[in-house]
Design a protein. Structure first.
Length: 284
């Protein structure tokens, strides 16, 4: 009995101390990009946002004159979800690349979630203003990162060049509410899971309400969107694609439904997503 209690205590201390933080240090970023053949050294920035947070981002900047592509991860996660994209020399020959740690994840006020999509879009804007003032950016979002870039496109159309929506969670009617979600959000449940998972659980609890608030605003999107989703995605229902098609009344869009793959196509089908990014940069 005492052994079990001791093990439970050790586990709780470990997860609250940052075990399974799901983030990559700047030093490791540099090492991994070099190992993967990226000749451009990464630049690391911490940008103060109007929300009061400092937002951490990793940039691969080849030339100031090139277009910008900004990547936003899902939940849980961090900027390193896009490490292979920033290492991709085909991409970095055509655009400057930046991956952001969303609020509460990575090195952006880790452990303190932000449930408001509007405020998360403000975080993205702060980074955009810092790295590419007066420029439009192409935005790539995966899973819960997708509604954030959609909100950015709604609120800041003059800074949006186009959107690549990968397995995006955008339809409020398709947001599940499993029984354990509420339990894990408060003590003692929250003490039993790593902070990154608690942050994820907390923001997902409020996502449906945020998406409902955003529904009337979709008509403000005027930039093209590439929608990429796997038919067998069991975490984010493929019905989100039809929702996008209904809501994009004033923006051109292209849909790619993948027969093979799941929610993790960000990594398993990097070729498809890279091609969509390059196609959008080329204006096709």
């Amino acid at each position: 009995m005492y052994t079990l209690l001791a093990l439970l205590l050790i586990w709780m201390i470990a997860v609250q101390a940052g075990c399974m933080a799901m983030r990559t240090s700047d030093r490791t970023w540099t090492k991994k990009l070099r190992e993967k053949g990226q000749p451009v050294l990464p630049r690391f920035i911490d940008v103060p946002a109007p929300t009061g947070r400092s937002i951490h981002a990793v940039c691969v900047i080849a030339a100031d004159s090139m277009p910008w592509v900004l990547f936003l991860h899902g939940s849980p996660g961090s900027s390193d979800a896009f490490l292979d994209y920033l290492a991709d020399t085909t991409l970095s020959k055509h655009a400057n690349l930046v991956a952001i740690d969303r609020a509460g994840f990575g090195y952006s006020d880790f452990g303190n979630p932000e449930t408001s999509l509007q405020r998360q879009a403000q975080d993205v804007k702060a980074v955009a203003d810092f790295i590419a003032p007066g420029r439009r950016l192409f935005l790539v979002g995966h899973s819960l990162g997708s509604p954030v870039i959609v909100r950015f496109a709604i609120d800041y159309p003059d800074q949006t060049a186009g959107i690549v929506n990968v397995a995006g969670s955008v339809d409020p009617s398709l947001e599940p509410h499993p029984w354990w979600q509420k339990f894990m959000d408060v003590p003692p449940g929250k003490w039993l899971i790593p902070k990154s998972f608690w942050v994820s659980n907390h923001e997902i609890r409020y996502l449906e309400t945020e998406l409902e608030t955003m529904k009337p605003l979709w008509a403000n999107i005027q930039r093209p969107m590439h929608i990429i989703h796997a038919k067998n995605d069991r975490l984010v229902d493929v019905g989100n694609v039809e929702f996008c098609k209904r809501m994009l009344s004033n923006a051109p869009f292209e849909v790619m439904l993948l027969e093979k793959g799941d929610h993790f196509i960000l990594w398993s089908r990097q070729d498809v997503i890279r091609d969509a990014v390059l196609k959008m940069i080329a204006g096709k």
